[in-house]
Write a protein of this length. Sequence first.
Length: 104
Amino acid sequence: MNIPEKTYFETHAEDMLRNAGMNKAQFAEQMGIARQNVLKLFETKNVLTLIKAADILKVPLSVLIYGNDSGDGHAIDGFVEVDGKVHRIRSREDIESLLGLLSD
C-alpha cells in the first residue's frame, strides 16, 4: 500500500471547503473547534478527525487521504453541464451514468 507523506486534505483543504460551499469558520464550527485551529486541523493525520471532516464535507475518507475514491487509482473530480444541468463527476460510475443519460 502506498501511504502518502501528506494527505490530499493537507494540500487541498481550502479547495475542498470551497467545493463544499463553506468557509473556514463554518467548517470549524461543524468540527467543534476554534476557527484559529482550522489550519492546524488541515495538517492532521488523525483518522478519527479525518473521518469527521469527510462526513462534514460529504466525501469518502479515501478522498481526504489520497485525493480519489476510485479503485483504479485515478483521481476524478469535475463537473459537466448537459442540457443546462450540472453533473458532478467523481467516479467511473458517474461517467457511465452520464453516458446513459446521453444515450436516452
